[in-house]
Write a protein that binds this ligand. Structure first.
Ligand code: PAF
Length: 281
């Protein structure tokens, strides 16, 4: 497996693959890989002949006071894990390579980014959409792989691909969870043992919402209320949002009549965790 740091070299790598008529899959990541990332890579390796994983902690998607500086980084470990998952090349550009001096172009989506994490993290999706567009333009993959754990991100990227007529397929892979239900996330590393225990309340909250839905509740406010009560019972948890929207449009609904996304963001200590579940699918 190759580790490539420059845009020129990754383009050369892709050109060689294309020369052999190989299909190319891209798994964009910010590194510090976990089993969820590896699942994306394995799926990519099943579907595409050549798999590139990008490892880039993208500064434009972090707001002031967020964890950009302390975001975990370990390229050697990532390379070992990615190779085991069938990746052919890691693209690990520097910030200067991606955002050279004078950089001033961004990709902005309306409406779909104006709720959930888009409200709590202003500018976050602008940074995500920008870097993902750049990665798509650099690698020109046939398929790109994202996790359902970041449900809004996956919907934003799909929307962007449709709206801008980008010529690739977006494949979304179900959330991978620890045995006790905690969704895999690079940020789980921030949790001390007590917080790790408390973080289980996210999944318990989602299961509560699912149970209410299965019992026949179709009022989103009522389901969110029950989920909120459950999470508030955990002293270490501080809710950012608990919300339900239609899926995939992310539109407010009075009653759940089709597929819906129950999404939540909760702070455990200073660590902000997100998780979600689909209802009615
Ligand atoms: O999900 C992530 O890790 C990031 O938001 C992404 C898609 C790699 C863009 O930086």
């Amino acid at each position: 497996m190759k580790i490539i740091h420059t845009i020129a070299d990754i383009r050369d790598f892709v050109r060689q693959a294309r020369g052999k008529s190989l299909t190319v899959g891209l798994v964009p990541t910010m590194g510090y890989l976990h089993v969820g990332h590896l699942e994306l890579m394995r799926r990519a390796a099943n579907i595409c002949d050549t798999v590139i994983a990008s490892v880039f902690v993208n500064p434009t998607q972090f707001g002031p006071g967020e964890d950009l500086d302390r975001y975990p980084r370990d390229l050697e470990r990532d390379a070992r894990l990615a190779e085991g998952a069938g990746v052919d090349a890691i693209f690990n550009p520097s910030v200067e390579e991606m955002y050279p001096a004078g950089y001033c172009t961004y990709v902005d989506l309306e409406r779909i980014t104006e709720k959930l994490c888009g409200l709590s993290r202003p500018g976050h999706f602008r940074g995500v959409a920008t870097v993902v567009t750049k990665l798509f333009n650099i690698v020109k993959p046939d398929c790109a792989f994202f996790g359902q754990k970041d449900a809004q991100q996956a919907l934003v990227i799909k929307r962007m691909v449709d709206d801008l007529n980008l010529d690739l397929e977006i494949i979304v892979i179900p959330t991978v969870r620890e045995a006790d239900g905690l969704a895999m996330s690079s940020r789980n590393i921030y949790l001390d043992p007590e917080q790790r225990r408390a973080a289980l309340v996210l999944y318990r909250g989602l299961l509560k919402g699912q149970e209410e839905f299965r019992k026949g509740e179709r009022d989103p406010a009522q389901i969110c209320r029950r989920v909120t009560e459950m999470i508030q019972a955990e002293p270490l948890a501080k809710i950012d949002y608990v919300e339900i929207y239609s899926h995939p449009d992310l539109v407010t609904v009075e009653r759940i009549q089709g597929p819906a996304l129950l999404a939540l963001a909760v702070k455990i200590g200073s660590t902000r965790l997100i998780d979600n579940i689909l209802l009615g699918v």
